[in-house]
Design a protein around this ligand. Structure first.
Ligand code: AMP
Ligand code: ZN
Length: 139
């Protein structure tokens, strides 16, 4: 529990939420300003500010729970699919610095788009080999 963290307070029950799912490692609840009906946030109970701060075990537990929640949310709202994703860091739109996976159910004709509609910058695609190398070098 990290002091002054909104989601730590939600997980501990200090701030109310609409609980969807809970296990030893994960808590999932409805987003208070949903992008579509059923929009759910899946959070690790341990406080990690960003996705990249997490360890393998907690990531596995978080994403298995996110998978289960996604299947349930789609079924409950007869959704044909969903967007499942993390805003990682303030620059990427993360407002609450406690990792959470957004599960946003989608329906045909809802007017929404896919993940590349979040950002689109013109980049040089003639040097993809160099780009791949740059990333491999720091892995
Ligand atoms: P992000 O921008 O990825 O950090 O997402 C934070 C999300 O938390 C937003 O979609 C908000 O609508 C949602 N949110 C903020 N406060 C609450 C709250 N008290 N209960 C549930 N969801 C919240
Ligand atoms: Zn927290």
């Amino acid at each position: 529990m990290t002091e002054n963290c909104l989601f730590c307070k939600i997980i501990s029950g200090e701030i109310p939420s609409n609980r969807i799912y809970e296990d030893d490692a994960v808590y999932a609840f409805l987003d208070i300003y949903p992008a579509s009906e059923g929009h759910t946030l899946v959070t690790p109970k341990k406080h990690f500010s960003t996705f990249t701060d997490m360890n393998a075990e907690d990531v596995a537990l978080l994403f298995e729970a996110a998978r289960k929640v996604t299947a349930a949310v789609e079924k409950a709202f007869s959704a044909e699919g969903s967007n499942v994703g993390i805003n990682n860091g303030e620059v990427a739109g993360q407002e609450v610095p406690h990792v959470h996976v957004h599960v946003i159910p989608r329906k045909k004709g809802d007017g929404g788009r896919g993940i590349k509609s979040i950002v689109w910058t013109e980049t040089d695609t003639t040097n993809l080999e160099e780009v791949a190398k740059k990333i491999r070098n720091v892995l």
